[in-house]
Design a protein around this ligand. Structure first.
Ligand code: KIV
Length: 258
């Protein structure tokens, strides 16, 4: 097993697992020092490309971003989020995953789903592909509004069963997106592999967020997102100063000229 994956699994019940997204080298090299896992997420569909669904991002576009991310990732585990329709059946899944791993040098892949992707996960794991699961809200399957999961008994039982199935199939961890906190706790307690929450309370073994949200590059109002800074304000200020200095002929001065 990959050493970084082993370290992530060993953190369960010892230390929280920290994870963020990256879509470029510049962000990846900043976050890499602090995170256990860097995810090239298909959230780039909405965050970077303004699509109304993650379904619209293509595999080739994501591969180009991942190639850039690879240049900034050193210490953390680089995970590639397989986009919609790239793992419809086991043959296609293995073909696309192999292409991703070869072209991007990612170290693991993420798939959304439980019962429906059972055979695909099984096939990938049996071909030595490290798989990160994803349950709860699964953006590739949502049409319309996102609603948190685990409110009804039927839904709770299904999600718990799916988490156990994924563990049994050999995924190394599971992302739990927008799952009610007592269910997140139950899943986390009943699994030996770690759970990584996004909007699923502190009851998970780790947390993941979209970096662009965390640094205030996006305008998201999602309840679970905490903005730790407003980088867009800083960028705006720098650009304003550049503009003023060019207009006033203060830039470029002697120091910045040949
Ligand atoms: O695409 C993504 O960024 C994700 C998350 C878990 C943040 O899937």
């Amino acid at each position: 097993m990959n050493k970084k994956i082993k370290q992530i699994i060993n953190k369960k019940n010892r230390a929280k697992i920290i994870s963020l997204t990256a879509y470029s080298k510049n962000i990846a090299q900043i976050i890499d020092k602090y995170v256990d896992m860097t995810l090239v997420g298909d959230s780039m569909a909405s965050v970077l490309y303004n699509y109304n669904t993650t379904r619209k991002i293509s595999l080739d576009t994501m591969i180009e971003h991942a190639k850039s991310v690879r240049m900034g990732v050193n210490k953390s585990l680089m995970v590639f989020d397989m986009p919609y329709n790239t793992y419809k059946n086991k043959k296609l899944a293995l073909f696309n995953v192999k292409k991703v791993l070869k072209k991007t040098k990612s170290e693991a892949i993420k798939l959304e789903g439980g019962f429906k992707i059972k055979e695909i996960v099984k096939h990938l794991v049996s071909n030595n592909i490290p798989v990160l699961g994803h349950l709860g809200i699964m953006p590739q399957s949502v049409r319309g509004k996102f609603k948190s999961k685990g409110k009804t008994e039927i839904e709770r039982k299904k999600i718990l069963k799916e988490a156990k199935l994924l563990e049994q199939l050999g995924v190394f961890a599971i992302v739990l997106e927008c799952i009610e906190k007592s269910l997140a706790k139950k899943i986390t307690n009943e699994l030996k592999i770690p759970t990584i929450g996004i909007g699923s309370s502190a009851n998970c073994d780790g947390q993941i967020l979209v970096t662009d949200d965390v640094i205030g590059l996006t305008n998201t109002k999602i309840k679970f997102v905490k903005k730790y800074m407003s980088i867009s304000k800083n960028i705006g200020n720098a650009v304003k100063r550049f503009k003023q200095e060019v207009q006033l002929k203060k830039y470029p001065n002697k120091k910045y000229s040949y």
